[in-house]
Design a protein around this ligand. Structure first.
Ligand code: AMP
Length: 377
């Protein structure tokens, strides 16, 4: 299986042998359309093909059985991995207004891969799919129903492949079936989102119609009073694109303190930097607020699972997020939490009613599995 994750300015790829789920090759082509980088997505995919050919793993190999693509927005139509046909591609195109930064790159990735190997099944795996089970009470915004319906304004959620993978892996870590486990998954990377998963089924998530809602992220604001947007337009005189850029690219940790990397924020905090401290505190406050909200949504929580760059690596964020939650049944073990390790692991104290886990996410593996399952029929 070849997995392609075509982002706006990069293409990540991974070639997997599904017999034993080993990684044959992987890499990233960066700076697409930027000075010093390749011209466009078509050239990026050709660069991927060249890199693989250089390792005798050419795209013309008869062993290559299918290509799996990450597609960010599946709307309400695509709720599971889908074999790409012309009609499906049109469907993904029709969703571009909902994901103008992401879906076009995903579409180009599919088109170029089809051109290179028209004989292979191409499978689209949607970032929104795992959240298709959100009950209407969680998915709907309280706005005029006709307007919401006409313009597709509802909560779709994102990072679904990761939330699905991590919630299952967290259940496995507890030695239980996914159907028996209620989990709060905290995907804390440069983008960040939380989800509430009841017995393997997602029932709430923090990202909404777009990936802007919810947690504080590297460069995105997360939750914000929509009234602030009107104020920026009327009083600050910003146009729609400027506000979009402000909230998606210049906000979050970056907006609060000038750095979006939690490692740098940690270094600055250690030197007593007040802006870095504030950014950390706002980030953690929002996180704790959603841990509480999703505890109430689920009623019973078996495990809180931290994943992605910050979640897997920042003991400081985990400690601050889980501090003083004994009344919610959460007892972190400070020594376990401080240990740096690779695989899934528990960082809660023995006997903590709610387990706390660190579960490395692996979206490419999850996409490869979905693609394999579908390509095999
Ligand atoms: P991701 O989007 O999952 O690749 O996560 C990227 C983010 O993870 C970076 O922007 C950092 O903020 C964070 N990160 C990576 N490594 C560490 C680390 N050792 N400690 C704290 N944060 C980290």
């Amino acid at each position: 299986m070849l997995v392609l994750n075509s982002g706006s300015s990069s293409v990540k790829y991974r070639l997997m042998d599904m017999a034993d789920e080993t990684r044959l090759a992987s890499g990233t082509v960066e700076r697409i359309g930027e000075p010093g980088g390749v011209a466009d997505h078509a050239s990026a995919l050709r660069a991927v093909a060249d890199e693989l050919a250089g390792q005798d793993l050419g795209l013309d190999s008869p062993r290559l059985a299918a290509v799996g693509h990450r597609v960010v927005h599946g709307g309400t139509r695509f709720t599971e991995p889908t074999l790409v046909t012309d009609e499906v591609l049109d469907g993904i195109r029709a969703l571009v207004p909902l994901a103008p930064l992401h879906n076009p790159a995903n579409i180009t990735g599919i088109e170029v891969a089809r051109d290179l190997r028209p004989d292979l099944p191409q499978v689209a795996v949607f970032d929104t799919a795992f959240h298709a089970t959100l009950p209407e009470a969680a998915a709907r915004y309280a706005i005029d129903a006709g307007t919401a319906e006409r313009y597709g304004i509802r909560r779709y959620g994102f990072h679904g492949t990761s939330h699905a993978y991590v919630s299952r892996a967290a259940a496995a870590l507890l030695g239980r079936e996914p159907g028996e486990v209620n989990a709060v998954v905290l995907h804390l990377g440069n983008g960040a989102s939380a989800s509430a998963v009841r017995g393997g089924v997602c029932v709430d998530t923090t990202m909404g119609m777009t990936p802007l809602e919810g947690l504080v992220m590297g460069t995105r604001s997360g939750d914000l009073d929509p009234g602030a947007v009107f104020h920026l337009a009327r009083v600050a005189g910003l146009d729609t694109d400027a506000i979009d850029t402000l909230l998606n690219k210049k906000s979050g940790l970056l907006g609060l303190c000038g750095d979006n990397d939690m490692r740098e924020i940690g270094r600055r905090m250690a030197e007593g930097d007040a802006d870095a401290r504030l950014a950390f505190d706002v980030y953690v406050h929002r996180l704790r607020r959603y841990v509480g909200a999703f505890t109430a949504v689920l009623g019973r929580v078996d495990v809180i699972a931290f994943t992605a760059g910050v979640g897997e690596n920042s003991a400081a964020v985990r400690a601050a997020a889980m501090r003083d939650l004994e009344n919610l049944g959460v007892v972190l073990d400070p020594v376990r939490n401080a240990v740096r390790a690779g695989g899934p692991r528990l960082v809660s104290a023995d006997g903590s009613p709610v387990a706390v886990a660190v579960v490395p996410t692996d979206e490419e593996l999850a996409i490869a599995r979905d693609t394999y399952a579908l390509a095999q029929g």
